[in-house]
Design a protein around this ligand. Sequence first.
Ligand SMILES: CC(C)(COP(=O)(O)OP(=O)(O)OC[C@H]1O[C@@H](n2cnc3c(N)ncnc32)[C@H](O)[C@@H]1OP(=O)(O)O)[C@@H](O)C(=O)NCCC(=O)NCCS
Length: 190
Amino acid sequence: MKALPIVGEWGVGSGPPRSAPELRVAPDGTTPHSPRLATLVRAALLADVPGLEALQAPYVATGDLLPRSNYDLCRHIKEWVVVAEPADGAIVGCGALKIYSGELAEVAGLAVRRDRQGVGLGRALLEALLTQARDHGLARVFALTRKPEFFLRLGFVPAEKEQFPEKVWADCARCPRQNCCDEIAVALRL
Ligand SMILES: CC(C)(COP(=O)(O)OP(=O)(O)OC[C@H]1O[C@@H](n2cnc3c(N)ncnc32)[C@H](O)[C@@H]1OP(=O)(O)O)[C@@H](O)C(=O)NCCC(=O)NCCS
């Protein structure tokens, strides 16, 4: 069985692309949209949950990501996309699209392992989630983040948290930082 055809051709059982994308920054210092990097993004599987937990743990510790239980990850695994290291299958990138209504979804849990940052994987993950959002016919996506510059660079604009009460109901109540939230809201019209 092949993984969900979100982006690219790297489905379950098909193994990595014949020549794995090179994980490096272009000579001009940018990380332009790379169709080859996009082929590494695939739908997450239940078997990826331990890898998701390992990838997210350091960012949960720094407060950059919201803590998510094993139960929560398993229950909502279909929301997640991942990038697995071609060499050993380790999960080195992840992100989720959390749909709140027929109009609105949140990009959440976006993370790239430190030694794989800066080569375009974050962009590839985000673009895969935006493709999903467009395929669903959604009108707008938002993110609450301590890294707004990343999202602004990729077309999002600053927004007010109050525009997204769905988020407050879903996550903020169980967040350890609920009374001292330092996350910035950003949004993108699709
Ligand atoms: C944010 C994060 C996912 C970015 O991943 P990445 O793979 O390093 O990002 P990319 O290499 O795809 O970068 C894409 C563009 O964003 C820029 N960018 C990446 N991180 C940035 C940051 N922290 N501040 C400003 N710009 C940033 C890059 O320079 C690049 O721009 P360019 O193409 O014009 O050169 C990664 O730094 C991370 O995992 N951070 C910790 C977890 C976190 O904070 N997640 C966000 C919470 S939702």
